[in-house]
Design a binder for this molecule. Structure first.
Ligand code: NAD
Length: 253
């Protein structure tokens, strides 16, 4: 796969799969526009790529703020003359980030769930809206949303995470595919099961008996973003080591 000359925006790009994806796209010739909230951390990660001679630009952006998201898309096009790929890695479970994992649902302050919905659902919606304008005008592009096994399974743990991710996997991804198709723009979703960006994810069970290496998920994102996936749109692909079908283990048909 070559992404030579393509311009890709990656959100959540200063850590985990967002950084790995930025690095892989840059290695394969893309101009990468890396979005993250913490400017210092972002610059350090952008520096790692530019030091290797790759084309990388960092734009501090909070995906909860449409003005920032829209400005980032414009800056990407100003810098590299096109916007070909968007990958929405920014996200996370609000109850983990706010340290309310052991608090009952009804006692968790609504601001925690607001954060969860804003980052995981509205952030991806905002990116899709802002990017679609440029992609439609150029007649090509691909948007990769990031869901989660939790969006398919549901959870009593972080209800905002399950709600947001399931909205992204189904309504947002399919609707953006419908909006984009007349303009040659595809939209797909990648929904991981446990991924070892955090050691704790190793405890989450899968049919294959392990969590994913981050590269396994990024490889799927790269495939969907490439010309090799030119006939795939509106599709959510679970990459969960068979976790969703574990309960069927004893089924004989
Ligand atoms: N790790 C897993 O097991 C797993 C499983 C399923 C889905 N996912 C999803 O994969 C994505 C990447 O997760 P990861 O495992 O690489 O972890 P990560 O925590 O390294 O990545 C999430 C990134 O999003 C950024 N972010 C948070 N709020 C933001 C905001 N308002 N604006 C911009 N950036 C913001 C964080 O700073 C971080 O860089 C997330 O959407 C996550 O929900 C992860």
């Amino acid at each position: 796969m070559s992404f030579k000359g393509k311009t890709a925006i990656i959100t959540g790009a200063s850590s985990g799969m967002g950084f790995l994806c930025s690095q892989c796209l840059a290695e394969q010739g893309a101009n990468v526009v890396m979005l993250a909230t913490d400017p210092k951390k972002l610059q350090a990660k952008v520096g790692e790529l530019t030091a290797k001679g790759y084309h990388a630009l960092g734009i501090p952006t909070d995906v909860r703020d449409y003005a920032q998201v829209s400005a980032a898309c414009r800056k990407a096009v100003d810098a590299f003359s096109s916007l070909d790929i968007v990958v929405n890695f920014a996200g996370g479970a609000a109850t983990r980030i706010f340290g309310t994992e052991d608090v009952p649902f009804f006692d968790i302050p609504i601001k925690v769930f607001d954060w969860g919905l804003d980052v995981n659902l509205k952030g991806q919606f905002y990116m899709g809206h802002a990017a679609m304008k440029y992609m439609a005008a150029q007649g090509s592009g691909v948007i990769i949303n990031i869901g989660s096994i939790t969006g398919a399974e549901a959870t009593a743990g972080d209800v905002s995470y399950a709600t947001a991710k399931s909205g992204v996997m189904n309504g947002l991804t399919k609707s953006l595919a419908l909006v984009g198709a007349p303009y040659g723009v595809r939209c797909c979703c990648v929904s991981p099961g446990p991924v070892l960006t955090r050691p704790g994810m190793a405890d989450m069970k899968t049919l294959l008996g392990r969590a994913a290496d981050p590269q396994e998920v990024v490889d799927l994102v790269l495939f969907l973003a490439s010309e090799k996936a030119s006939f795939i749109t509106g599709e959510d692909i679970l990459i969960d080591g068979g976790r969703l079908i574990m309960k069927n283990k004893g089924n004989k048909g």
